[in-house]
Design a protein around this ligand. Sequence first.
Ligand SMILES: Nc1nc2c(c(=O)[nH]1)N[C@H]1C(S)=C(S)[C@@H](COP(=O)(O)O)O[C@H]1N2
Ligand SMILES: [Mo]
Length: 322
Amino acid sequence: MNIIHRKGWEIPERQATPEHLFMDRGVDRRNLLKAGFAIGAGSMLPGAAFAQTADPSAGLYPAKRNETYVLDRALTPEDVTGRYNNFYEYGPAKNIYQAAQRLETRPWVIKIDGLVEKPFEIGIDDLLKQVQLEERLYRLRCVEAWSMTIPWTGFPMKRLVELAKPQSGVQYVRLETFMDPKMAPGQRQSWYPWPYVEGVTMAEAMNDLSFMVTGAYGKPLAKQHGAPIRLHSPWKYGFKGAKSIRKITFTNERPKSYWEALQASEYGFWANVNPAVPHARWSQATEEVLGVGNRVPTLIWNGYGEYVADMYKGLEKERLFT
Ligand SMILES: Nc1nc2c(c(=O)[nH]1)N[C@H]1C(S)=C(S)[C@@H](COP(=O)(O)O)O[C@H]1N2
Ligand SMILES: [Mo]
């Protein structure tokens, strides 16, 4: 087993969720928000680099932490993860966090369609009313051989499937990012297969680990992380976690992802983390831990095998690890 279950493993709380510190001082943040002190409340806090205080869902954060998912390493500070992103809609560089502030996250309507009882559209704030937010400490392993650990907030993808009411026997869930070149200059680069698309099997969508992320660091999600809603499947390479999702389609056709469309020889459908299976151009044996600078061995299933390995029994003929 690769994830060390060390209860109360002490993450420096001041790095994780500055809001917890805030509350520790005896100030109830929710009441402050109600009283109209939302603007600026976050920015008073040391290290709150990307306070999302103008967000209408701000009062839902911080959410209670789900203690099931324990890390074997420290959380990556917010100002590290928030300044080193992959969000090609804003260009191929890592430092797109300023450019990404052009993303307009309200109104934000998500279309649910395909093989469902009845297709529908739902605004992000209405969706948030129908789910129970929780915080989970998860690792993220990018296919580029770096990793970080983030206190995400969100809800199980299973809950999304339940709300969507897919027809019985549906095989895949396809996730599509917004398409708006005015808001995202990267989408003017026509050699990329816009919009960004990802997909998972229904079994993967129903797995406990699959997490629809709407926040991080005790706040609504910063734009550069894919606000207002993105996926994170921590046992897969980071690119499976489509950002800023606008359309969710239930289908029996295996979705072709953005990276697969771009370079199928290097990026496949499954993309499960495996240190023994190199990328076409580099090794996946180790990873650089962002913010720390050292390299550590990469773990099979990114350390989450106890939760996910069983799903792949009988699928050994598939290209499970690229
Ligand atoms: N829409 C969209 N989603 C995306 C990407 C992207 O370029 N566009 N990059 C992916 C990759 S390669 C990674 S590693 C993660 C990075 O998430 P983060 O920037 O929040 O750490 O987002 C994934 N989701
Ligand atoms: Mo990535």
